[in-house]
Design a protein. Structure first.
Length: 227
């Protein structure tokens, strides 16, 4: 049975949508897209314009309407396990990858290249990580994780290069939760983090829910959540 549309809410959504009737969302007109949102047959993310900075306020109002209609459920608080800080969102891996991408500043002089497996410890983190290099660019390396694994013999399971401590400069991933704006300082929880520790950083790029966050810090300047 099809969900009954609240006409008033549909009209409010139409006023908030860009009105370009571009068809990118899969519907010929914005009013059709608004009706599809209220029928739960489409998602707001299908309109790429709504996730541009120009439409931030409209998007928030549209999300409020969809929450009132119980199409978007209220978000639960995301709290880090280790220190009890509240995060704005969870950062999940890009499609088909094992973890969020990390951009690292390695302190080693050893030559590193795409495809290498490295063993490293992020500066400020007590846990050893294993990562596969996806890209090398002027000394910066982009990796996704293939462990932490307690492998100390390079010939066990796979060979790796031990590069020691690395500074984490950035994360690439998919946001699950409230979308921030570009330039905003955020608190986030990397989906793969074994300590479930909240990180902070600045959003420098946003495409839909795909985000690049830089200026990474394990210190979070906010009071912890009290139970």
């Amino acid at each position: 049975m099809a969900r009954k549309i609240n006409i008033n809410q549909r009209d409010k959504l139409v006023q908030l949508l860009p009105g370009y009737n571009c068809g990118i969302c899969g519907y010929a007109r914005c009013d059709e897209f608004a009706a599809s949102l209220l029928r739960e047959s489409s998602k707001l993310e299908k309109c790429r314009f709504m996730f541009q900075e120009l439409f931030d306020e409209n998007r928030e109002k549209a999300e409020t309407i969809l929450k009132e209609e119980k199409i978007i459920t209220p978000e639960e608080k995301i709290v880090g396990v280790l220190d009890g800080y509240e995060a704005d969102f969870i950062l999940k891996p890009l499609p088909g990858e094992h973890s969020c991408r990390e951009v690292l500043y390695p302190f080693t002089r050893e030559e590193l290249k795409k495809g290498d497996i490295i063993r490293y410890r992020p500066l400020g983190c007590p846990i050893i990580h294993f990562g596969e290099i996806l890209e090398e660019n002027h000394g910066l390396i982009t990796v996704h994780l293939v462990g932490p694994c307690h492998r100390v013999n390079p010939q066990v399971d796979f060979p790796f290069k031990d590069v020691g401590v690395c500074m984490v400069g950035g994360f690439h991933g998919i946001i699950e939760g409230k979308l921030p704006g570009v330039g905003e300082t955020v608190r986030f929880l990397p989906y793969h983090c074994m300590m479930q520790k909240v990180h902070s950083g600045v959003v420098v790029q946003l495409e839909g829910r795909k985000a690049v966050i830089e200026g990474i810090d394990l210190k979070v300047w906010a009071p912890p959540i009290k139970g």
